[in-house]
Each structure stands twice: as C-alpha cells, then as structure tokens.
Design a protein around this ligand. Structure first.
Ligand code: NAP
Length: 252
C-alpha cells in the first residue's frame, strides 16, 4: 500500500521547533521521513529538541536565530544545509495577552513585527525555493483567534487574523506554481507556554464548558494535520486554514 504521508527525500524547516506545537510537528515530519531543520532562538533547547528527534530515528539540523531580524538568513542557511527546501512550517510566535488599555501601540507593533511581518519576510525568502520544489508546501500556524476573539487580547487576535489572510493571499498568487499555502488553526493546546492556564481551575471550567471534547489538546494531536498539509498528495488543498480545536469554534 502507498503511504500517503511518506515524506522521504523531502526537506523541511520548522520554526518555533524547540518546544510545544513546533516540536510536535517537527517530530511528525521527521517521523514521516523528511529531513527537518529546526529553528528557534535558544540554541541549547534546540539541541535538546534535535536529540529527541534523532532518538526517534529522524534526521535533523538546527539553525538558532531570531526571526525578528534573521528570517532571510534562516532560509539561506536551511536551503544550503539541505540543498533546497520543500516544506516550510512556521510556528514561532510571540504571545502578549494584554487588553487594549494595557497594550500600547509599541507593544502592538512588536507583536505585528514578529507574528506577521517576520512571517511575510520568511515566506518571501522561502518562496523561490518552495516554488522550485515539486509539490512545495508553505504552512503557517495561525489560531482559532484568527476567527473568534477572546476579550482583552487585541494584538494576538489581529496578528493571527492577518496570518490567515496572508495564507489566502499567497495561495492565490502562487497557485500556478504547484506550491500550496495553507494554515493550521489550533485551539487550546497544553504547551509549556500555556502551563499556568492549564493549572488554573477557572480555565479548567472554561475548557469543560466551551470545548466539546472537554479537554486541552496535546501537541501530538497536530501531527496528522501537518502531515496532511505537507503531503505531496494533498495537491488540491490550497488556501485553507485547517482548524484543530476539539470542536471549540463549532460550538455556540
Ligand atoms: N498552544 C496553543 O494553545 C496555541 C493555540 C493556537 C495557536 N498557537 C500557535 O502555535 C504556535 C506555537 O505555539 P506554542 O504554544 O507551541 O508556543 P511556545 O511554546 O511559546 O513556543 C514558541 C516557539 O517559538 C520560538 N520563538 C519565539 N520567538 C522567536 C523568535 N523571535 N525567533 C525564532 N523563534 C522564536 C520559541 O523558542 P525561543 O524562545 O528559543 O526562540 C519556541 O520554540 C504559535 O504560533 C502559537 O501562536 C498555539
């Protein structure tokens, strides 16, 4: 039987790959046979992530850099390491859960700079490689916050809304090249970044009331979503934001 998710011979960059959802997706891609370049700022935690993947039999390299200033350099380094690039999964993001009264315009710009402008710069630098690849795949990690807003979180909501819009814009612009551009919109996932919320009893009640599955998602539960979008056989899936939220955004 043909394995529809086999990525043997393909190379991928995953940003935000030192922990949480980025690491979960990098493990999935490497497990499917891709050679994966992991990116985050902290070199030590990237090395730990690489060791986890190597122990599982995967092939990985690491490039530690700050996407706010070195998005293009990351693409150059990764393409040099792998001799090209087939898949880019962009999961790195900055979180600042402050309400409008507290989130000044400069804080808002800082969020936009990393979460949206750096995403554009990264994609723009990667596009020549991805369009040259056969079945290139550009996958942004957006959020259900792109469509539904939590009160008091204007910066993140605006960035993720922009990222889903950028997904559509690049999908329609580059469709003729064979590249597909899609996004994943996670709901509530129990990553390190959410540790305090996971431990918060009020949040537990919220999750039980608002998420039909009545639990947080586990980072491993994004694996099939990223493999589906990365697979060469998903060649007619373009411009979508794939929601993975246990049904949260489907519920009134
Ligand atoms: N967890 C959720 O419930 C959830 C829900 C919806 C959407 N998302 C989205 O999913 C993605 C991952 O979320 P997460 O919870 O796994 O986040 P996380 O645990 O905070 O991880 C963020 C990752 O991005 C890296 N990073 C941060 N700033 C960077 C920069 N300037 N340059 C390069 N790398 C940088 C971090 O490593 P360094 O600090 O070493 O750089 C880390 O590897 C984000 O886009 C987030 O918005 C998450």
């Amino acid at each position: 039987m043909i394995d529809a998710f086999d990525l043997t011979g393909r190379s991928a960059i995953v940003t935000g790959a030192s922990r949480g959802l980025g690491l979960g997706m990098a493990r999935a891609l490497a497990g499917a046979g891709a050679r994966v370049v992991l990116n985050a700022r902290d070199a030590a935690s990237l090395d730990q992530a690489a060791e986890i993947i190597r122990a599982e039999g995967g092939t990985v390299d690491v490039v530690a850099c700050d996407l706010a200033s070195e998005a293009e350099q990351l693409v150059d380094d990764a393409a040099t390491l792998c001799g090209g690039m087939d898949i880019l999964v962009h999961a790195a993001a900055l979180r600042d859960r402050r309400a409008t009264a507290q989130l000044g315009a400069e804080d808002f710009s800082r969020l936009l700079d990393l979460n949206l402008t750096a995403s554009y710069r990264l994609a723009r630098a990667a596009l020549p490689h991805l369009t040259r690849a056969s079945a290139g795949r550009l996958i942004f990690v957006s959020s259900i916050a792109a469509r539904i807003a939590r009160a008091g979180d204007p910066g993140y909501v605006a960035c993720k809304g922009g990222l889903s819009a950028l997904t559509r814009a690049l999908a329609v612009e580059f469709g003729t090249t064979g590249l597909t551009v899609n996004a994943i919109a996670p709901g509530l996932f129990a990553t390190e970044a959410n540790a305090a919320l996971v431990a918060d009893p009020a949040m537990r009640s919220f999750v039980e009331m608002r998420v039909p599955l009545k639990r947080w998602g586990d980072p491993t539960e994004l694996a099939t979503a990223v493999l589906f979008l990365a697979a060469p056989r998903s060649s007619y899936v373009n411009g979508i934001t794939l929601t993975v939220d246990g049904g949260q955004s489907a519920q009134m």
